[in-house]
Ligand binder design. Structure first.
Ligand SMILES: [Zn+2]
Length: 312
């Protein structure tokens, strides 16, 4: 395990919480006949489980952090466990584990392909936490905030399954983008990593839900002008803002920045953009000027478009 992988990082996916700024809705599609046949074909092709169930004693690796042990509440024998080549899974029941593992395996391969990432060297470990009490304890132990719906610490990924609201549709791909980027690169600037997790996480969530027959929609509440961050602040930050309004603004501004960049450069270019940005020390301006030959007018035009989306 490299130093990089043992480093503790906490990412709270605040925008997913009901009290926060983005509302996500899933609508069941009235499936036209042809698409229905296609979906049936896809689900038949996916019926083989991409993991193997294991008892606790059969798991190839039982080593986990104090946070992981806290999630299992010292009673791993009561949990359902499984492993694949890339991940180990722990959930309260087989049905939840199956849903999570299938989405993780699919999204993981997509992220690798779309961002041109090398295969992972070490396995990640997923915990699906259902009990409110346990979740609160995890948030406390990780030093995070209460309204997060997912926590990522080193190789361990925790998502919350709220019994009333079930799993959140965008936690898994979002957290996976963070996880895979951290495995592949050191020192990715915060705006780039969070922006990619927001943009690609959402794209993958929509695609995956569509394959299940659901169409995902979300609405963003406008960012109050007092909370808006300067672009220098967004692009130079190394930590998330503590102020909840500014935190919200940071997520949204980095998200729209990357979304517009993907539109401008093409989504297939984003993996190469990450590498080019790292060659220019994560400096957005230098990267677009040196690697993409943007003029000052191109940049001004780009930020104008970004701001037109953010505050129409
Ligand atoms: Zn994130």
């Amino acid at each position: 395990m490299s130093l990089r992988r043992s480093r503790i990082n906490v990412y709270l996916v605040m925008q997913y919480s009901p009290s926060s700024f983005s509302v996500v809705k899933a609508q069941r599609l009235i499936v036209p006949c042809l698409l229905g046949v296609l979906l049936l074909f896809v689900s038949a092709a996916e019926s083989a489980a991409p993991y193997e169930l294991r008892s606790w004693d059969e798991l190839s690796d039982q080593d986990m952090t104090a946070l992981g042990r806290a999630a299992l509440r010292g009673r791993p024998i009561r949990w359902v466990h499984a492993e694949s080549d890339r991940y180990i899974y722990h959930a309260a029941n087989r049905r939840t584990l199956d849903r999570v593992a299938r989405e993780v395996e699919w999204a993981d391969a997509e992220i690798e392909r779309r961002l041109g990432l090398p295969a992972t060297e070490s396995r990640g470990r997923w915990f699906v936490v259902e009990e409110e009490r346990v979740w609160r304890r995890l948030i406390r132990m990780s030093g995070g905030r209460h309204d997060g719906a997912a926590v990522h610490l080193g190789n361990e990924l925790f998502i919350r399954r709220d019994r009333a609201h079930d799993l959140n549709h965008i936690d898994i791909p979002h957290e996976l983008v963070h996880f895979r980027l951290q495995q592949a690169y050191d020192n990715l600037p915060l705006w780039l990593e969070e922006g990619l997790a927001q943009w690609l996480g959402w794209e993958l969530a929509k695609t995956y839900q569509l394959r299940q027959g659901f169409s995902l929609h979300r609405e963003h509440e406008p960012i109050p002008s007092d909370d808006r961050l300067s672009w220098d602040d967004v692009l130079l930050r190394t930590t998330y803002p503590r102020d909840p309004g500014q935190n919200r603004a940071f997520y949204r501004q980095s998200s729209v920045l990357i979304e517009q960049l993907a539109q401008r450069l093409g989504p297939d270019e984003m993996g190469a953009f990450v590498q080019k940005a790292l060659r220019h020390r994560g400096d957005f301006h230098r990267t677009v000027e040196m690697a993409y030959e943007w003029s000052p007018d191109d940049e001004a035009d780009f930020f104008e478009r970004v701001e037109a989306v953010l505050w129409p």
